[in-house]
Each structure stands twice: as C-alpha cells, then as structure tokens.
Write a new protein. Sequence first.
Length: 499
Amino acid sequence: MITGEIKNRIDQIWDTFWTGGITNSLTILEQMTYLFFMKMLDDAQLKREATAGLFGGKIENPTFRPGESWHNPETDRDVPYDTLRWNIFKDYEASKLFNTVRNDVFPFIKNLGDAKESAYSRFMKDAVFLIQNPRTLVKVVDGINSLDMNNRDTMGDVYEYILGKMAASGTNGQFRTPRHIIRMMVELMQPTLKDQICDPAMGSAGFIVESAKYIQDHFKSELLNKENAEHYRGTMFHGFDTDFTMLRIGALNLMLHGVDSPDVKYQDSLSTSNTDENKYTLCLANPPFAGSVDSDDIAKSLLTVTPTKKTELLFVSLFIRMLKLGGRCASIVPDGVLFGDSKAHKALRQELVDNQRLQAVISMPSGVFQPYSGVSTAILVFTKTNAGGTDKVWFYDMKADGFSLDQKRTEVAENDIPDVIARFANLQAEEPRTRKEQSFLVPVDEIRENGYVLSINKYKEIEREKVEYEPSDVILGRIEKTEEEIVAALKEFRAKFID
C-alpha cells in the first residue's frame, strides 16, 4: 500500500499536467511513463554503481557510460552520457532542463530498443514528447524525484494508483478492468511457476501484473531459484495489443512489478499474423466486446469453430486454440455469449460443453463496469481437453462486488467475491445446493437439453411467496367509507367557510 503522502504527490503531478494544458488522462499517463522510465534507468545504474563501489569494481554494460558520449541521431551531435542521467539533469534550471529532456534524453530512451532489451523500450518508436512548458516539466520532475524506482513494491502500487486515476477520470476507462475483478479471476485460477500465462488483449497488462503478484505472494522461496526467477522475469508472461500507447503503459507496469523482459508485443490476436497454437497453460482476459473485424483478416482456424465477425466469440475460440491440452482459461464475456441464438453463438457454447471441459459460469452484476458501461457480463472458466469432460457446470449469481453498482462505485459492505473464490475451490460441497440458492451445479445433459444455453436464469428456481389479498367486497367497502368521509368533510368545510 502507498502512503497518503505519495498519493498526494501523484495527485499534484496529475494537477500539474492539467494546469500545463494536458487534460487527456491517457496522454498524462503516457507522458508520466516516459519520465518514470528515465528515472528508472538512472536509479538502476546508481544502485549497481553503489554495489560495485563496495568492492572497488566497475559495472558491466552500463546504460550511461562514464566519460563517454552518445550520438544523438535526431540532432546529429554528441551528448555526454552524464547529462542524460536523471540525478544530473533534475537540478538544471527550467529552460536547460526542458531542452535537455526534450532534445536529448527523450531521443535517448527512444533509441534504446536495440542496445537495451526491455519490453518498454521496444515500443518507443512512435512516442511523442508532449510537455511544452518548461515550468510544467520542472514541477513534474520535482514530484517524481522522490520516488524510488528500485522499490518495485511501492512503485507497482503507485502505478496502479495512477491507472485508477485514469479510470476515475471517465476517459479511456475501457482499457481498465476493475482491479478487484482481475484479482478474483487470478485467485480462481491459482497460477503457479509452471504456467505460461497469456492475455491476448492486454491493455494496461492488469491480468498479467496481478498474476505476477500472485506468484510473488505464493512462491517467494521458489523465486530464489535462478531458473524460476529467469522464467518469471522473461518467459512466463505473454501479452499482445494493437495500441503502442497501451503496450508502453502495460510494459512499464510489468517492469515496476519485477517482470523485466516479458513477451509483450504488437499483434492483432485475431488475425492471420497470430499463429500461436497449443502454447500457453493459462489465459486470463477481458477481450473487446461488441466489436467486429474484417472477415478476410480473421485467422481461418478461429472461423472453423465460430463462423462470425463478433470479437467476443472469436476471442473465446482463440483461447481454445492458444491453450495447451490441460490449459485453463478464465475470461469475461458479455451475457449475449451465454444465450445468443445465432449459429456462431450456439456453436461456441457447444464446443465448450462437448469438446472442452466447461467448469463455471459466474454471472456478474451489470454495474461492475460503471461508469463506462452498464453491460451485463459473466466469467467463463474452462479447461482445454479436445475430448470433452464437462460433467456438471457450476453457476454463481454474483449480486455484489464490494462497490455500489451506480456510476459512483463507492465502497460498500456487500461483497460476494470471497464467497465465489471459496466455493469454486470446493465444488464438491456445492452438490447438495438447490436451484433456489446463489450457486449450484447443473448436469451437462440438462444444458444440452436446453440448447447449450449458459444463462443462470435458465436454471435457477425463483421462490415466489403467495400473497393473500382481502376479498373484493371488503376492499370496496373500505373505499366507500373513505368516500363518505371525504364528502362529509367537504360539506363541513362549505358550511363553515363558504355558506
């Protein structure tokens, strides 16, 4: 958790951008990532230099080479590496600091891709520095300066707080699945160090980051092993997106959580360019809803399962293709996927039930994605088998997620998430529960009989209480008596005040 002092500092930085003329929340976050990265590079080298100094040695392959110069391809001149370091330029006066960062430091981090392999630097090619006011830059640099970029726990929380501010601003909220919903899905799937985790519509990398935090919390001792640590930092996590801005934001989010070199790349996951098949052991995602794509560019392997252009169906088909046998998936889908009656909708549900192992359908309240959307959604949980295995499907009617379901989304006491996690971890105990309760199991044969409809409303029983009304003559008598009282009161009023 970050302190109130740090939150206030971030709020002040955010306000500084606004007063400096940058009001789009996504642009603010993007510009902050550039400055965070500049400081991160220098903080990391300062730490390495301090360690080497204790032993009288020098560091290998430094980002900033002491006594040497870097050739700026944009200005065609040599710049001393020292002037590119945060701890040096932060003390410059306003105009010199602004010119140094805009003209030299920013081009430097844009050209790190070949020499300095990090997921973030790979996506800097089209980056644009948009801070135009020297005083604005000075205030932002002063605000960021006290943050320790080597403290990954704190910086991870800082970044999530900034992402929360972006969502709260009401702009670009589509990029951010509520953190507590992501955390619930990760805890349902319980990733391990043996997993290869993928989100093919990663956005700000929330699912990957939350999976990384889960691994950190549950496998601390195992991460001390060199092989496990290298897998965690470089080969465990995979994410794709078609927006370079979101790739930069997501990559830095991962770096701040200790995942330095994830397999994060620009890719249209539904297109023919994505050839991943039988590759991952866990998919976690909230793919785009209600979209459609050019049918000529959709991978043909996806269309064999779901002949459609609807992205919410194609992504589920993609998860099946990308997973290894035994691989698991938890994905958010709009409710229409559960009961849509098109050929593609039915084909996808039949694929999940008959050819894979569908385990759970968790219906979420429609306010979960407020204030951006009131769409009703659910979470599908399944395992890839290519040989069936669905026996009984667990349905849960989630009515509360710990926040009000209006546009304000204020914190409330009602919260079904702990119950969802606990019950999913012990599905055998769900056997005796009836259809009148909040969760229950439905045999696969019943789902087939109902045309593979996966809406909980199709299976739950609603208990109606019989209401006994008074006989009509009694009700009419009471109405007549009331009418007589009204007439009498009117006569009394007329006699007293009019006649």
